[in-house]
Design a protein around this ligand. Structure first.
Ligand SMILES: *Cc1c(COP(=O)(O)O)cnc(C)c1O
Length: 462
């Protein structure tokens, strides 16, 4: 619900920012032609799970700002850590230098894998972490005398980012199709998405069927395949497609038997989002490379990293420059971002976040399942702090209609196609969970009530 409006705020400030934004800002994942019908929300400040627009109305950040925010906006502990780091230094190159935030973060993350993944390579965005993992995998095989291993296997409807290398292992048509002529050729194998169950199948059966296909591909072509890349447990950009953890055990086993690396892209599902700190933990496996970004900085600063096994790092320890990994980004190991990440890990330790989230996830699940009773929706599903359902007869531009209706109810939400998902910051309390569920249902009613019957194409809202 809109809060009281601060009289000191300028009237019509929203419209003014929207106009100026339209004039000079090129918005991501947005069809510019829709900016008039769906003007961007001008955000002036945030507090916990709430964002406030330029006229003082509040909106719950129910998508955690594209899945990055964990503990809410303007968190006192994160703010304090960053202010402290600001007074020391903000950034220094990580070639020829090192610093406490980068070292401590690598140490603490490695410890969270029981040191299975002992080395940490820093980058800035999720897509850059994926690029690094792909390059490292290929290069490690080449150093080992297997230069023919240079193709990658990705899952159907998977998403790994939108730079050219990351996009070549992404299978989301709206992001990929226009650039297909620029992309290398990856093998695509079946998604273990539990919604694909045939009559009589459960989620584990779908997972086994998908794993069989992957196993057969690796058996036939392992001598030209470097790595398999997967999003463990939830393919988020595909519309929160969830699968049984047995799939990951099968993939790990197939990779081991056929001599292929496993890259776990935990950019969206890491940092507690699915219930465990790393999603891979729920399958009891470790990949050879693990990509993290999004939540690792608490949603404060762009930070990404690739964790790799020590043995893989060792394969690059060589006098020959061509056998070393010389990749770099200007902001690699940014000290402010690493401090934000350390403060984020501190919160996991001091507040027992994973245990607290279990209670919150349960409340979210119960309230949402009750509320969806009798609605024309299917596949209600949840894994940790991600809940989702699919609308059966969404009509044209459903995501856009729902988004605008949700705003009117004080919620910032962006359905993916006909999938409505709730992915709030972990800071959400019981009352706000209830607000979120009630608002979601009210927005669903409103969006369905003004369903157009013309065949306009669905806007690319993700
Ligand atoms: C968001 C995301 C990426 C890309 O991260 P960016 O920071 O947007 O480049 C890659 N993989 C997955 C699974 C993601 O959700």
């Amino acid at each position: 619900m809109p809060s009281t409006i601060d009289p000191s705020l300028e009237k019509n400030a929203n419209a003014s920012w929207q106009r100026r934004s339209r004039r000079h800002v090129w918005h991501p994942c947005t069809q510019s032609i829709r900016l008039e019908a769906v003007p961007p929300l001008p955000i002036a400040r945030g507090e916990g799970v709430w964002l406030f627009d330029a006229e003082g109305r509040r909106y719950m950040d129910a998508t955690s700002s594209w899945w990055v925010n964990l503990f809410g906006h303007a968190h006192p502990a994160l703010n304090a850590a960053l202010k402290d780091q600001l007074d020391r230094f903000s950034h220094v190159m990580l070639a020829g230098c090192t610093h406490a935030p980068a070292v401590e973060l690598a140490e603490r993350l490695s410890a969270r894998t029981g040191h299975a993944l002992g080395h940490c390579f820093y980058a800035s965005d999720g897509a850059s972490a994926v690029e690094i993992a792909l390059k490292m995998s290929f290069h490690a095989w080449r150093n080992a005398g297997h230069a023919r291993k240079r193709r990658f296997v990705a899952l159907r409807q998977g998403y790994h980012g939108e730079t050219l290398g990351a996009l070549h292992v992404t299978d989301v048509p709206v992001f990929r199709d226009a650039y297909a002529p620029l992309l290398a050729n990856a093998h695509l194998v079946a998604s273990p998405d539990a919604r694909r169950a045939r009559p009589g199948e459960d989620a584990a059966a779908v997972a086994h069927r998908a794993a069989d296909e992957l196993d057969a591909l690796l058996a036939a072509q392992h001598d030209t395949i470097a790595a398999v890349i997967v999003e463990p447990l939830v393919q988020c950009a595909a519309g929160m497609a969830m699968h049984d953890p047995v799939y990951l055990r099968r993939v790990r086993d197939a990779c081991d038997r056929h001599g292929v690396h496993l890259i776990a892209d935990e950019i969206a599902v890491g940092c507690g989002r699915t219930g465990s700190f790393f999603a891979s933990e729920q399958a009891g496996i470790w990949p050879d490379f693990l990509c993290l970004s999004k939540g690792i900085s608490g949603g404060y600063l762009p930070l990404a990293l690739v964790m790799a096994r020590d043995a893989i790092h060792q394969a690059f320890v060589d006098d020959d420059a061509a056998r070393s990994f010389l990749h770099s980004h200007s902001y690699t190991g940014n000290a402010l971002a690493c401090r934000a990440a350390l403060a984020t890990l501190d919160l996991f330790d001091s507040e027992d976040v994973l245990a607290r989230n279990r209670g919150r996830a349960q409340r979210l699940q119960h309230r949402l399942l009750d509320a969806l009773e009798g609605q024309d929706v299917e596949h209600p599903r949840q894994r940790g702090m991600i809940a989702a359902f699919d609308v059966r007869a969404p009509g044209a531009r459903f995501a856009e209609r729902f988004h605008m209706a949700a705003r009117a109810h004080g919620l910032l939400m962006r359905p993916i196609g006909n999938t409505v998902y709730l992915m709030p910051p972990y800071a959400i309390d019981d009352d706000d969970i209830d607000r979120l569920v009630d608002g979601t249902l009210a927005a669903l009613d409103a969006a369905m009530a003004n369903r157009p019957n013309e065949g306009a194409r669905d806007a690319a809202l993700a």
